[in-house]
Design a protein around this ligand. Structure first.
Ligand SMILES: Nc1ncnc2c1ncn2[C@@H]1O[C@H](COP(=O)(O)OP(=O)(O)OP(=O)(O)O)[C@@H](O)[C@H]1O
Ligand SMILES: [Mg+2]
Length: 355
């Protein structure tokens, strides 16, 4: 898949902007507050139906208007796809191929993408939710039916938690417990399989970017010596006290190791960024191989936090993947891409195509 064009209306500082992208490398150049991140955020929104920075709809709509509209064209092999998103007072509206869709999952299928931005180190240093989402992203694209299982699990978990909060007796939870155990096991099996296929790519990317061995240990969210059904039964009293379910795949985590040390606490900020990049590039590699299509990688200010050697290694690894890249930078860095990118300039929310 490659995004060939984007049209934004009233998205953040972009009143009206149109960009025609190269299927290879694209570089958006502009001073601070010109709208570079806004363009990447618009692209990511078109592929996810939500902000990659956790921004609310109100924050994304241009001041003083009521909605934003994004439209994009993409190609998947020889097939052309259109994507449309509108959000405002009437809520999120999603179109692909001119048809209204019920959920943003159709966007993710049409335009699979990953983002590396200055906050990417949080994938390593932050809480486990982002790491679960990371594994789930791979599973969504590789394991047919994963989204459905995940949605059913979330629904059952929500209902069980709601029952726990109202002080429902334990025996009334039995049907939720069975559902959670069955679906939770399916999630766990898929996540383990995803991590196994991703491990070689991660080890290689980690070695290339950091020059030392990286590895991870998956923690599934309940004790290793118990089935999920046993763990749920054993946690009943704690669940009642907490008013929420304490064991299950919603408690899973990925313990990352770098050079035999726990990455979350022991490595520098730049190293955290490189380790997070290694994770993301490994995921892109695996999903690309599965879909037999290049993916889209958004690189917001890759220069931040990295010395010139680290940046060169990162860019070399990215170019080696052969994915479509849209990157931003403050000043035109001649050394960022080896192959000349399609260049855009942005100034006060106005985009111009260079060259
Ligand atoms: N909803 C909105 N309506 C109008 N302008 C907005 C909105 N949200 C953000 N902005 C403004 O858009 C401008 C561009 O922001 P953006 O983050 O895209 O800049 P940038 O080029 O990435 O800057 P930097 O180099 O500092 O990262 C900022 O001045 C910001 O205040
Ligand atoms: Mg920015």
């Amino acid at each position: 898949m490659a995004l060939t064009s984007l049209k934004c209306t009233n998205f953040r500082c972009l009143r009206s902007a149109e960009l025609d992208f190269s299927p290879d490398n694209n570089l958006i150049v502009g001073p601070n507050a010109s709208g570079k991140t806004s363009i990447l955020e618009a692209v990511a929104y078109l592929g996810r139906g939500r902000s990659f920075r956790g921004a609310t709809t109100r924050e994304l709509i241009h001041h003083d208007v009521k909605e934003f509209v994004l439209f994009g064209r993409a190609v998947k092999g020889t097939r052309k796809i259109t994507l449309g998103v509108r959000n405002g007072q009437a809520g999120l509206e999603v179109h692909t191929d001119g048809e209204k869709r019920k959920s943003a999952a159709s966007l993710a299928e049409a335009l699979p993408l990953q983002v590396i931005d200055p906050d990417v180190h949080k994938l390593v240093a932050g809480g486990p939710e982002d790491r679960r989402r990371y594994i789930d992203w791979i599973a969504f694209h590789v394991e047919h039916g994963y989204l459905d299982v995940w949605r059913r699990f979330r629904r059952a978990l929500k209902q069980r938690n709601a029952a726990l909060r109202t002080g429902a007796p334990l025996n009334s939870l039995a049907s939720w417990d069975r559902e959670l155990a069955t679906l939770g096991n399916q999630i766990d099996v898929a996540r383990k399989a995803m991590l196994e296929i991703t491990r070689p790519a991660l080890l290689a990317a980690g070695e290339a970017l950091l020059g030392s061995p990286v590895d991870f240990e998956y923690q599934r969210g309940w004790a290793a010596d118990r089935t999920l059904a046993e763990a749920i039964a054993g946690s009943a009293a704690r669940d009642q006290q907490a008013g929420s379910s304490q064991v299950g795949p919603h408690r899973a985590d990925l313990r990352l190791r770098y050079d035999e040390r726990q990455a979350r606490k022991m490595v520098s900020r730049g190293q955290q960024k490189l380790l997070a990049c290694a994770l993301i590039l490994a995921a892109v590699e695996v999903v690309q191989a599965h879909l037999e299509q290049p993916l889209l990688l958004l690189l917001d200010d890759p220069v931040a936090e990295l010395d010139s050697n680290s940046l060169a290694r990162l860019m070399e690894r990215i170019e080696g993947l052969g994915c479509q890249v849209i990157a931003t930078t403050l000043e035109e860095e001649k050394s960022l891409f080896r192959q000349t990118p399609q260049l855009f300039h942005v100034e006060q929310g106005v985009v111009s195509e260079a060259g």
